[in-house]
Design a binder for this molecule. Structure first.
Ligand SMILES: C[S@@+](CC[C@H](N)C(=O)[O-])C[C@H]1O[C@@H](n2cnc3c(N)ncnc32)[C@H](O)[C@@H]1O
Length: 237
């Protein structure tokens, strides 16, 4: 019953998102910055998640940041205004084109590099970051268009692959900052992430019309650092 309710909420969200992608403006302003997108690129103006995550980025001038699944480039651009260097990755070639365009539009091409590929695959060997930002797709379904990579993660396989490898790309004391949703079995994801050796803190939570969003900071268990995770609470979903 509970699962069916979550599934219904997912179906409503997907219906709304697809209409927004098709009919929404393609040049938008978010937190004072301009972004251009096409129908195939996750529009940062109309989903609560983009600005919610962007407002919670805390990077310092010496930090190196990885923005996984960059979409329009919004998180990379916000991080690029604070950090020393940002690398952004997306599997959707159209997102990569628009993220590069938005980086130029915001005058950050000397600090933000956008790469195309599947998760960590485009990174040179040995690259490590202080912060890895990730808003993964979390709906149940299979992507059949480039845009749908922003929506679907069948069987949570992407998130599992991400956390199996992310530790290799973090500097000592670094963390992953991930946004997740109440309608996509967060307890199951937290159990999986826990079993892969990560500890998790919730730093923000916001309820919307369709779901509640959480921002987590995660680091490999046993690794410490002076970098404050900042908490609302621990191991909470
Ligand atoms: C929910 S959107 C978030 C976009 C953006 N970070 C934001 O906050 O607006 C998820 C993004 O992850 C990308 N993505 C999905 N699977 C990926 C993979 N295997 N490797 C890299 N990027 C991926 C999608 O193409 C999409 O742009």
């Amino acid at each position: 019953m509970l699962f069916n309710l979550a599934y219904l909420r997912q179906a409503i969200s997907v219906w709304i998102i697809k209409r927004i992608q098709r009919h929404g403006p393609k040049r938008v302003e978010v937190l004072g910055r301009i972004y251009e997108v096409s129908e195939e690129v996750f529009n940062p103006r109309f989903y609560f998640t983009s600005a919610f995550m962007a407002r919670h980025i805390e990077a310092g001038p010496d930090d190196e940041v990885l923005d996984m699944g960059t979409g329009s480039g919004i998180q990379a651009i916000v991080a690029g205004m604070m950090a020393k260097r940002v690398v952004a990755i997306d599997i959707n070639p159209e997102a990569v084109r628009y993220a590069r365009r938005n980086v130029r539009l915001n005058g950050l091409e000397d600090r933000v590099t956008v790469l195309e590929g599947d998760l960590f695959e485009p990174l040179p060997h040995g690259e490590r970051f202080d912060i890895i930002i990730f808003t993964p797709p979390y709906m149940e379904g299979s992507p059949s268009t480039d845009f749908e990579f922003a929506l679907y993660d069948p069987g949570k396989r992407l998130i599992k692959r991400f956390f199996s490898r992310a530790g290799d790309y973090l500097k000592e004391g670094g963390y992953v900052q991930m946004l997740y949703s109440s309608i996509a079995e967060p307890s199951r994801v937290m159990e999986m992430v826990d079993s892969l050796g990560w500890e998790c803190h919730t730093i923000a939570r916001e309820r919307t019309f369709t779901e509640t969003f959480m921002i987590y900071r995660l680091r490999p268990r046993g690794k410490t650092g002076d970098r404050r995770l900042g908490y609302e609470d621990r191991h909470s979903v």
